[in-house]
Design a protein around this ligand. Structure first.
Ligand code: ZN
Ligand code: CA
Length: 415
């Protein structure tokens, strides 16, 4: 038994001390702790991996049409110092970042180096602050709790009101995000599906200064763009780090086919291409992926393979999040500045459909072009205006859909 502990704990010490004292993600540490407490978890994880692979294979065959889903989030601010009691505005800035990053609407997605550009995924998951609490009452989707516990994320107490934290809302129906002191110089951590121990701990834990992109996050450069939460949300939907459960080997990867093998975490903001001993040639490793440790400004994409894996989790162990009515448009974050109806002209059109979005350059808006039968033909991100080339399309009725609120606008192609 002693030997077992040594074997497991040596990498842990290494993990928490690497990165030149830079704070990092605690998912692996949490995972190892859960495995120590409950060795049967390893078998659960193997079974989930089989289900994940089976789901992805089935998807590839069926090519089912994808619907964008919107999932309810509750943010529990558990604060010890006044500064940690972050504003509603800072919380909403984080939800907006999640929505942009998961819908490929982040303006920096376009900076993906060309060899990987075709891999960038619109994951098709959106988030909202919950509009109803577990009792069905109207809510802002934000709770606030004062605590006296230092580094509460370190002490397995953040998820318990009795122990100085805040009890979760039903962890199957809400994505619980605790914004508190994550502890041990961590940005935050999250649980892979089925690994939270106890189950009430399931969700994300994020240090308040890394949450969102305004307020106290402004002083957190280079981790001031809310990508810590994007990264942890990836874990919540069963994504591993790019280097897999073991760093410093090329043996085990992240179980995602389109992410190149990677030896260890990448820090700061290296130039492209970056090659390592697992991927010594070609375009190198995917250090600008959300599941690496690079600076917030230097990570900007999930891959199509990671998307499939996340959707497998959403349709598997996380499926109770679907179909919840506690996520209403009227209180969702994007309704704060919900996209206005676009101007479409000429209408009827021929050759080109030109769309003006009223938000202008300040806020990118994703537009999708559908044919009469509901088949998506094209999608664009508008920074004020964009054009759809419809020169190859048959005359008839088409639809322009505003991705963020699902509203559709008719347009006609003239013969
Ligand atoms: Zn991580
Ligand atoms: Ca891989």
């Amino acid at each position: 038994m002693k030997r077992f502990f040594l074997l497991v704990f040596i990498p842990l010490v290494f993990l928490s001390s690497k990165g030149n004292g830079q704070p990092s993600c605690g998912m692996e540490i949490r995972q190892q702790q859960a495995l120590l407490r409950n060795p049967a978890l390893a078998e659960d994880r193997r079974q989930l991996e089989q289900l994940t692979k089976a789901w992805i294979a089935k998807q590839a065959l069926e090519k089912t049409r994808e619907n964008v889903v919107r999932l309810p989030v509750v943010v529990h601010v558990v604060w010890r110092t006044q500064e940690q009691n972050i504003s509603d505005e800072q919380i909403r800035s984080q939800i907006a970042i999640l929505n942009r990053d998961f819908r490929k609407m982040n303006p920096d997605a376009g900076t993906t180096p060309t060899p990987f550009a075709a891999l960038v995924a619109d994951v098709g998951i959106e988030f909202c602050l919950a509009a109803k609490d577990p009792a069905g009452m109207a809510t802002t989707g934000i709770t606030r709790t004062k605590t006296t516990v230092t580094d509460i994320g370190d002490k397995d107490r953040w998820f318990s009101t009795l122990r100085g934290g805040k009890d979760p809302w039903n962890t199957k129906k809400y994505i619980n995000i605790w914004v508190c002191e994550a502890g041990d110089d961590l940005f935050g951590f999250a649980f892979l599906p089925g690994t939270a121990d106890p189950p009430e701990a399931d969700g994300l834990v994020i240090s308040s200064q890394y949450f969102g992109s305004t307020g106290t996050a402004l002083a957190s450069r280079p981790n001031h763009k809310g990508r810590t939460t994007t990264h942890e949300m990836g874990h919540y939907f069963n994504l591993d780090h790019l280097w897999g459960p073991d760093d410093s080997t090329c043996d085990e990867g992240d179980n995602v086919a389109d992410t190149p093998p990677q030896y260890e975490a990448t820090y700061e903001c290296p130039g492209f291409p970056l090659r390592d001993r697992c991927t010594p040639g070609g375009s190198g490793i995917l250090f600008f992926n959300y599941m690496d440790y690079t600076d917030d400004e230097c990570m900007y994409m999930f891959t199509l393979g990671q998307k499939q894996r996340m959707l497998a989790a959403l349709n598997g162990p996380r499926s109770n999040l679907l179909g919840q009515s506690n996520c209403s448009l009227s209180t969702s974050v994007s309704s704060q500045a919900e996209a206005q109806a676009p101007q479409i002209f000429p209408n009827p059109a021929s050759g080109w459909i030109r769309v003006l979005t009223q938000e202008g350059e300040s806020r990118p808006v994703k537009l999708e072009l559908y044919d009469y039968h509901g088949r998506k033909l094209q999608e664009k991100v508008s920074h004020g205006e964009c054009n759809f080339d419809v020169s190859g399309c048959a005359p008839g009725v088409y639809w322009i859909r505003l991705a963020e609120n699902g509203r559709v606008y008719r347009c006609i192609l003239a013969p």
